[in-house]
Design a binder for this molecule. Structure first.
Ligand SMILES: C[C@@H]1O[C@@H](Oc2ccc([N+](=O)[O-])cc2)[C@@H](O)[C@H](O)[C@@H]1O
Length: 421
């Protein structure tokens, strides 16, 4: 099954700006960290005597909480446990190569020091400091490209913002006014006050025509021309493509794109959600997405005190230890030369095919069909131990050792000469 046989929903390119200078670092990064943090993190899926499961960041909407009442949560939002250095170091240990955090989500609360509204962490909460200043600096010091998620249209706090129709009648909403008075001015603050940004991650467009969206983008681009804009800016005007939540395309997709996943079942912190993906699941998801040519951005939802769930810290660090050994088969690669196989998937670099072995094949004979370039060597990545193989036109068969060093995913590197037709 080739990309050209797939429905447009998978193959439609991200945007038409394939020459954007930021695409190189982005495509080589392969693994990013998403952080959803806001007032919903303190609520942890509970509103009054009801508790909600999944999408904790949508609590206000699901509970149809009156905007005024919900805003009062800020008065007791005081994440004294927040430590930017610790967050950035854990991201580093996890092996992620970029970090994106929610500056403002649909609830409308700004998790940074905004001069555009008082409904922000400095003016409306006892915390009184700007965590994004510290985090953007800590990431810069560790060489981790830093970016902001910004809900440019949905804003349940604002009468003219998108989405809140339980407090503010839809037909009275003036979206242009909301963009002029809050959305665009805040985006300019984020692109001005936190140093060079790797990307801005927009979400769920609305209320703007393609022309108005282009004008907004142009007015933001001049502030940071090398900053990438994600596809949910709308109207196909983004620089790279984001698929729907928790989606991986079934076949390799050309161009720059990203799959986004929660670590458990929610983007925002939910106290009673312990359905965390194991290190093995994360490692296989990462290699699966890379085998299709894309990036994986995995989410963490810190709690109201600014602490990451213990499972997220432990499982991300375990993933980082795997990448310490096998990172060469992920960073800077593109999709494999052959489709997914019963034993796993492949990624590639010029002259190298990385075989991500998830399952030990029967008889320890790993069958690799369709390689018509001349195989020169096959080794287990990270070990100098050469493996024996036989190449025929139908397939190359590799003799595997009795045990694989990593039952979650052991990567073999097959070096070949000539080009794969
Ligand atoms: C990352 C997530 O993004 C959006 O949810 C979406 C948006 C778009 C799609 N989509 O296009 O399929 C699916 C979920 C947000 O509503 C959600 O809270 C979270 O931030």
């Amino acid at each position: 099954v080739q990309a050209q046989d797939m429905p447009d929903m998978w193959t439609k390119a991200a945007g038409n700006n394939t020459t954007h200078p930021g695409l190189k670092w982005f495509r080589d990064a392969k693994f990013g960290l998403f952080i959803h943090w806001g007032l919903y993190s303190k609520l942890g899926g509970r509103w009054k005597d009801s508790s909600y499961y999944g999408s904790g960041e949508w609590l206000m909407n699901r509970a149809k909480a009156p905007a005024g009442e919900y805003a009062a949560v800020a008065k007791t939002f005081n994440p004294q446990g927040f430590n930017a250095e610790e967050w950035a170091q854990t991201a580093r240990d996890a092996g992620v190569r970029y970090l994106v955090i929610t500056a403002k989500h649909h609830e409308g609360f700004s998790m940074y020091d905004s001069k555009v509204t008082d409904f922000d962490i400095v003016d409306a909460s006892p915390y009184g400091k700007d965590p994004m200043k510290a985090l953007s600096r800590a990431c810069r010091e560790k060489g981790i490209p830093f970016g902001f998620y910004y809900s440019q249209f949905l804003d349940w706090h604002e009468p003219d913002g998108g989405g809140n129709t339980w407090d503010f009648p839809k037909d009275k909403k003036d979206y242009q006014q909301y963009y002029r008075s809050k959305s665009v001015p805040q985006l300019k603050e984020l692109l001005t006050n936190y140093g060079p940004l790797g990307l801005v991650w927009f979400d769920m467009p609305g209320g703007l025509t393609p022309e108005q969206t282009r004008q907004m983008i142009d007015s933001l681009r001049i502030l940071q021309p090398s900053c990438l804009f994600s596809s949910r800016v709308g109207h196909n005007l983004g620089d790279y493509r984001d698929f729907g939540d928790s989606e991986v395309p079934p076949v390799p997709i050309p161009g720059a794109w990203e799959s986004i996943y929660t670590h458990n079942d929610s983007w925002g912190y939910i106290e009673h959600d312990l359905n965390f993906k194991s290190p093995g699941e994360i490692i296989r998801l990462l290699s699966n997405v890379a085998s299709k040519g894309g990036n994986l951005m995995l989410n963490v939802g810190p709690d109201g005190n600014g602490k990451w769930p213990a499972y997220s810290i432990a499982y991300l660090k375990a993933t980082g230890r795997w990448l310490d050994i096998y990172g060469e088969s992920i960073y800077g690669t593109t999709y494999g030369l052959i489709p997914a196989q019963p034993w796993g998937v492949t990624t590639s670099k010029p002259g190298k095919l990385y075989l991500h072995v998830w399952e030990m094949p029967t008889g320890r004979q790993l069958r690799v069909p369709g390689i018509n370039a001349r195989v020169k060597s096959v080794k287990i990545l990270g070990s100098r131990q050469p493996l024996t193989w036989k190449q025929s036109t139908a397939a190359t068969t590799i003799q595997l050792p009795v045990t694989l060093p990593d039952t979650r995913n052991t990567v073999l590197v097959m070096e070949y000469s000539g080009t794969q037709q």
